[in-house]
Ligand binder design. Sequence first.
Ligand code: FE2
Ligand code: FE2
Length: 491
Amino acid sequence: MSEIIKKFAEKGFLISPTLVPKITDHTKFLDFLETNFKNKISVVTEEIYKNFVSGCLTFTKNNKDVKIVKEREVKQDGSKVEITKIYEHENKKRDISDWVGYYNSRFEQIKNFLYHRIELQGAISINRLISRDMKELATIAMVKSISKSKFGNFIIELEDTTGVIKGVVSKNSPCIQKVEELVEDEVIGVLGSKSREMIFIQDIIFPDIPEKETKKCNEEVYACFIADTHVGSKMFLSSAFDRFLKWLNLELGDEKQKEIAKKIRYLFVVGDLVDGVGIYPEQENELLIKDIYQQYEEFAKLIQRVPERISVIISPGNHDALRIAEPQHALYDDIAKPVYQLPNVIMTSNPSYVRIHAIDDFPGFDVLLYHGYSLDYFVANVPKLRRYGYERADLLMKFLLRKRHLAPTHGSTLFAPMQNDFLVIDKVPDIFATAHIHKARVGCYRNVINICCSCWQDRTVFQERVGHVPEPGRVPIFNLKTREVKMMRFI
Ligand SMILES: [Fe+2]
Ligand SMILES: [Fe+2]
């Protein structure tokens, strides 16, 4: 063993004695390290070895503003995938400082977006507002609470790291519509005046996204988006999925449809790969496959039929076998081993950023993947969204982009607190892809293409009970050359 450790050390890599017995081919692994990590790292972790086994090139770099960011790059024939932001598993006991760090990080990140707005460049902190009356003021704060007075005005409690203050929005104010989409814990800009301990809010400014540039690729290449396969469920629509796979293999469809299938280079699978086990009460009655390992085996058998020319990018969802709290790291490589073994599969976290097709002079399309667990909360709790329900997933996605956060309210999803808030939308993507609500929708907001994936699971008892009607078997297909999204139906 010491010989092997020495061999690695001579090349500048420190390797732990516990890792050595796990390495099956030392020469190949050393080649891999030299190609990808020479002068970048000195300590070789188990995770690097796992990535070597799963066929992903990985390196870690420190981003001074945020956190450790990982990139993976897999080049295949005519395609390229880079994971530009991935959440890594942190096996750490959480304490109160993580929550404080988490919210401070959210506040600081989003405050920086707001500071760029002309109206907010003179924004002052709450402690500087408290002691004086002001005819005009601008501040940036987190929404602590929202309530309605008996006169129909809204009282917004605002908080920053220096203090708390109440603001009032008159029921006749032009910004009353913005209150309809205001949620607790989001970070906003406020313009108004102050007297008698209260801010009179004249306008609310959401962090929002700037207009994204219109990228178009010279090549006619396609990316398609699926999610919520729920393999293992009795409701899994195997025939519809079989038709989808046959189409990818040019065995189904008319000539035009086959032409498109030929040009697909990327397939995104945005969570809920399997139905899981013990996800909700009495789930076992609705399971065809009751073993989680077998569920992933079955899923892998299906994905194995995706032609190798297509890179399959997979992120988890709330039904997958890992913690439900977000962010969720990539699937465990032991539980989902058969999936990891597929040569064209690239695993990533929920959420994550993935860049596709940055080939030659084209900068590539940045895709933000988020399974969408928080969508249920906002449909139910935001008046402006409630009136459309699940029918307008595009509006839900626009709502999150405007907040620059994937789950702005505490309680809209389960959070895993950490020193940085990973759910902040810190980079504006070209495509925002989500799922979870089992309905396919496509929209565009400020040039960001919003794609909500369909599902491959028939209506469940739970969905019947709550009156939810899923729309399974649809696949949005994005043309990288024209930016058009075509909706294919397999049911
Ligand atoms: Fe689902
Ligand atoms: Fe889900």
